[in-house]
Write a protein that binds this ligand. Structure first.
Ligand code: EPZ
Length: 420
C-alpha cells in the first residue's frame, strides 16, 4: 500500500508518543561494528531506514536479535569487514558511517556508494578529508569507497570546512580507536551528535565536548558492547507540532526533549500559535489562524533543515507573506511544485534558494507525490488542512522515517488511511 488518502479539514486533538530518533539510531547502529561484543539498543524507531541498517549488519555476519519492535540486540563479534551488500547500502545516506566504523575496527573499509533522500548534491568530501587527516588512504571507484591504514589511525586536529552532521559523526567513529587524541573543530552541535558520543563512551570510548564546536576524542585500544537508549526524535516531534498548528487543533507530544525543539517552538509562537512545555511534553494549541514568518534553516541550534518543508506547508495558509531559505541544503525545494498543485501561492527566486510564500485562505485536495522523507511529511501536513481529498503516492519515502504516521494521525482524529 504505497498511497495515503487524507480528507482534510479536521482539527487534530489528543496525545501522541514520540519514538526514537532515526538520525541518531543510524550512526549508533553502525558504531556497533567497532565493538567486538554485544550491544542492546532501546527506543529504536521501527522505520524503513533502521530495518535496512539491521539487514546490512546481519548480512555482514552480526547476530541481530529483535527483542521487541524497538529493542534490538546486536553481536558483532564475528562481523566480516567489507561485506555490506551494495543493494542495501545504496538505500541510505547513513551507510557512510560504515566507513568510519570499519576503519576504527579493522584498519580498512570497503563500502558501496551511499544513497538517501534526493536533496541535490550530497558529497562526502569532508568525510574523505577527515579520514586522510587521520592517516588513511582513501580510494573511490564508481561503486565503492575504500580506505585503509597500516596499523592504527593517528589522532590529529581536523578543522571541518563547513558544519556537517554526517562528517562529524564519522570522524568520531574513526577517531575512537586511533593512536592519540583527535580534535574535531567546527563540529556539528546536533543532539544526535551528543547521543553518539554518549553511546561511544558507554562502549569505553573517550569522547569529550560533543554538543559544542570542538569535540575531543582520545583513542582507546578497542570498544566493548553496551546497553543504550536512543534519544527522542526531534523532527518527528516538530512534524506533529506543525500538523496540530495547521489543523487548528490541540495536540500533546509525549516522551520529547522540549529544549531540542526551541527553534521550532519559537517560530510557532512568533506566528501566534500557543506552545506549552513541561519536562518531557510539548502541547501545541492553534485556532487555525496564524501569522506569516521568515524561516532560515541552519545547523543546530538554529531552525532545522529537516523541518523546512513541513514549515513551508504551514506557511501556505498563514496571514501574509513568508520567506523560506535553507542554508544547509539550498536546493531543498522540489516539493514546492506539489504544494502548488494544492493551490499554494509559492514562488522560488531565480537561484532556487529562497521561497516566497503568499498565504492563501485554503488549499484544495489533489494527487501529489512524497518526493523524499520530509517532503512527504509536508504533503501530509498540507493534506490534513486542505479542503477535500488528497492522495499521496510513494509513501514508502515517508515510512522510511516516520513510525506509523497514519495510525498516530488517526488516533488524533484525522481522516487518513492507506490505499492501493
Ligand atoms: C544528515 O544528513 C541527516 N541525514 C539529514 O536528514 C539532515 O538534513 C542533515 O544531516 C543536516 O542536519 C541523516 O542523518 C541520515 P550534513 P548529512 O553532512 O549528514 C554538505 C532527513 O530528512 N556536505 O550535515 O548528509 C551537504 O551537502 C535527512 O532525515 C558537504 O559538502 O548532512 C549539506 O549541504 C535529510 N560535504 C551540508 O554539508 C560532505 O562531505 C550539511 O550536510 C558532507 C556534507
Amino acid at each position: 500500500m504505497n498511497k495515503i488518502k487524507i480528507r482534510g479539514g479536521r482539527p487534530l486533538r489528543g496525545t501522541v508518543s514520540i519514538g526514537g530518533m532515526k538520525n541518531s539510531a543510524l550512526p549508533i547502529l553502525f558504531a556497533t561494528v567497532i565493538t567486538r561484543g554485544v550491544c542492546v539498543i532501546e527506543n529504536l524507531p521501527p522505520v524503513g531506514d533502521i530495518e535496512i541498517t539491521l539487514n546490512i549488519l546481519a548480512a555482514m555476519g552480526a547476530r541481530v536479535t529483535r527483542h521487541s519492535p524497538t529493542v534490538v540486540e546486536i553481536d558483532t563479534s564475528d562481523l566480516r569487514q567489507g561485506t555490506a551488500p551494495n543493494a542495501l547500502v545504496r538505500c541510505l545516506r547513513g551507510s557512510n558511517y560504515l566507513i568510519g566504523a570499519e576503519l576504527a575496527r579493522f584498519g580498512q573499509a570497503k563500502v558501496g556508494l551511499s544513497g538517501g533522500c534526493n536533496l541535490g548534491a550530497r558529497p562526502i568530501d569532508l568525510h574523505k578529508k577527515g579520514f586522510i587527516a587521520l592517516g588513511a588512504t582513501v580510494d573511490d571507484t564508481a561503486d565503492y569507497i575504500s580506505a585503509r591504514v597500516d596499523g592504527s589511525l593517528k589522532g590529529t586536529k581536523i578543522v571541518m570546512d563547513n558544519i556537517s552532521v554526517g562528517a562529524t559523526a564519522n570522524m568520531m567513529l574513526a577517531a575512537s580507536t586511533a593512536d592519540g587524541t583527535t580534535v574535531i573543530e567546527n563540529a556539528a552541535h546536533e543532539p544526535h551528535i551528543v547521543d553518539l558520543a554518549c553511546f561511544l563512551n558507554a562502549c569505553g570510548a573517550r569522547v569529550m565536548g560533543a554538543g559544542t564546536s570542538v569535540i575531543k576524542v582520545r583513542g582507546v585500544k578497542e570498544l566493548h558492547g553496551c546497553h543504550y537508549t536512543i534519544l527522542p526524535d526531534m523532527i518527528e516531534t516538530g512534524t506533529y507540532m506543525v500538523a496540530a498548528a495547521v489543523t487548528g487543533g490541540e495536540v500533546t507530544l509525549k516522551n520529547v526533549i522540549p529544549r531540542h525543539l526551541e527553534a521550532v517552538s519559537a517560530k510557532l509562537r512568533e506566528m501566534g500559535i500557543t506552545v506549552l512545555e513541561d519536562s518531557e511534553t510539548i502541547t501545541v494549541r492553534s485556532t487555525g489562524r496564524f501569522g506569516s514568518a521568515s524561516i532560515l534553516a541552519v545547523p543546530y541550534p538554529g531552525f532545522p533543515t529537516d523541518m523546512q518543508p513541513q514549515m513551508t506547508a504551514l506557511l501556505t495558509l498563514a496571514d501574509g507573506i513568508s520567506t523560506v531559505t535553507d542554508n544547509v541544503f539550498n536546493q531543498r525545494f522540489r516539493y514546492i511544485e506539489e504544494l502548488r498543485h494544492m493551490g499554494a501561492g509559492i514562488s522560488l527566486d531565480e537561484k532556487n534558494s529562497t521561497a516566497t510564500v503568499i498565504g492563501v485562505k485554503s488549499l484544495h485536495g489533489a494527487s501529489v507525490t512524497a518526493l523524499d522523507l520530509r517532503a512527504g511529511a509536508a504533503m501530509v501536513i498540507a493534506g490534513l488542512a486542505a479542503e477535500g481529498e488528497t492522495v499521496i503516492s510513494d509513501v514508502d519515502n515517508i515510512r522510511r522515517g516516520y513510525v506509523d504516521i497514519v495510525g498516530k494521525l488517526q488516533s488524533l482524529g484525522a481522516d487518513i488511511e492507506y490505499v492501493e
